[in-house]
Design a protein around this ligand. Structure first.
Ligand SMILES: [Zn+2]
Length: 397
């Protein structure tokens, strides 16, 4: 089936960006008027702990504008059961708009409730772990956290509040994960859409390359100086620029194998402690490994070596062991690979066919060593036991 040919002859609808983005230190306090323009009775949706943690900052500006707010947690996950309970809470509160606060799952839940109830939506990310605050897309999971499907929303949020003080309270690990999710844009968009001659798709793919380069250049410095200039630029890159790419690239600029591998891993309970961007970052290495193994793609060899170095520098997981999956069984590995290779999976946007056996082989060899005598020599792939042993010793905590 040719999705590209189909898309170019049918209506293309884009949700490019939030109607308004405000960003600053203390942005929440400064955005109270913008929030109050959206309604009178907000329902605040987030995780239990987040709702408690932001109360001291969020409640006063809302009260000052005489907004009648209520709040509700989305536990256990962004699942159909939570969504049904939250729609009922919104109805009881007679909510007329939604404020989502938290990480990717909290924001996905809040956006989807707003979409289903046809309410305006404000997103307030508490970390730079994903671009969920920007996008018109929500992922739905089982109560146990397994990825089920995604939902395209009517529009991007009405207001995105990027409060650097709030994001600064998140762990460094969330920013590292956000960097992993953001660099995936290049490795996936260049495969799914790199040959497009459509103006906006070309622009999206090039933005993805720029995003990757900014992150290559500034991530190490950002992590050394949280709250500093480079840190702020890296937060903008992970939360905002990653969103821009999804916005202008639209449905044609899709995820490929990196996110398919992530989706497969969410079906393993042992992988639940790894963050979205950590699984995606590992998935990029798997995707490149597939391009090497199946296609003999030498550029993929070089790209993977470059990423392994970068991951070492900033602490992204390179192997199943780094993801805390050192002890999974062959059956579990196969299960993840089969989910990732399901008929409707984005892994089939790769320019070659992939079966679970190939994917399993790629998943266990993401850090395999490449011997290259000089930059002009053709790299040769060998399994280096020393390197693998070293990788096993590195835990990503
Ligand atoms: Zn992602």
């Amino acid at each position: 089936m040719s999705n590209v040919a189909q898309a170019s002859s049918s209506l293309i609808s884009l949700c490019v960006a939030p109607a308004r983005v405000v960003r600053a230190q203390q942005a929440i306090e400064q955005a109270s008027s913008a929030i109050a323009q959206l309604g009178k009775r907000p329902l605040i949706i987030g995780g239990h702990q987040t709702l408690e943690a932001v109360a001291s900052r969020l409640h006063a500006p809302l009260a000052e504008k005489q907004l009648e707010f209520a709040q509700a947690s989305y536990s256990p996950d962004c699942s159909e059961a939570s969504l049904a309970a939250l729609r009922e809470t919104a109805r009881q509160h007679r909510a007329d708009f939604i404020i989502g606060v938290g990480g990717g799952k909290a924001l996905d839940t809040a956006k989807l409730i707003a979409h289903q109830c046809q309410f305006p939506i404000v997103t307030i990310p508490t970390s730079a772990a994903t671009c969920a605050a920007w996008t018109a897309l929500s992922n739905v999971y089982s109560d146990a956290g397994a990825f089920l499907y995604d939902v395209s929303l009517d529009r991007c949020p009405d207001l995105l509040i990027l409060d650097y003080d709030l994001v600064g309270t998140a762990s460094q690990r969330t920013l590292v994960a956000g960097i992993g999710d953001a660099i995936a844009k290049w490795y996936e968009a260049s495969v799914s859409s790199g040959h497009s001659d459509q103006t906006l798709i070309v622009a999206a793919v090039q933005q993805a390359r720029i995003l990757r380069d900014i992150l290559f250049q500034k991530s190490a410095e950002a992590l050394k100086n949280p709250g500093g200039e480079a840190w702020q630029q890296v937060v903008d890159a992970s939360v905002l620029l990653a969103g821009v790419i999804g916005g202008i690239g639209g449905a044609q600029c899709r995820t490929v194998a990196a996110h398919a591998v992530h989706n497969g891993l969410t079906h393993l309970p042992a992988a639940h402690d790894a963050l979205h961007g950590e699984k995606v970052a590992y998935g990029i290495l798997v995707q490149l490994r597939l391009e090497e193994m199946v296609q003999g793609n030498q550029l993929a060899v070089t790209a993977r070596q470059q990423l392994l170095k970068f991951y070492d520098e900033i602490g992204l997981p390179k192997t199943l062991e780094d993801l805390g999956l050192a002890h999974i069984t062959l059956a579990e590995l196969r299960q993840a690979a089969e989910v990732a290779c399901a008929t409707n999976s984005d892994i089939h946007r790769l320019p070659f066919k992939v079966v679970p056996e190939q994917l399993m082989a790629a998943m266990v060899s993401t850090s395999s060593f490449v011997m290259s005598h000089s930059s002009s020599a053709t790299p040769r792939i060998t399994a280096d036991k020393g390197q693998m042993a070293k990788d096993k010793g590195l835990k990503n905590k």
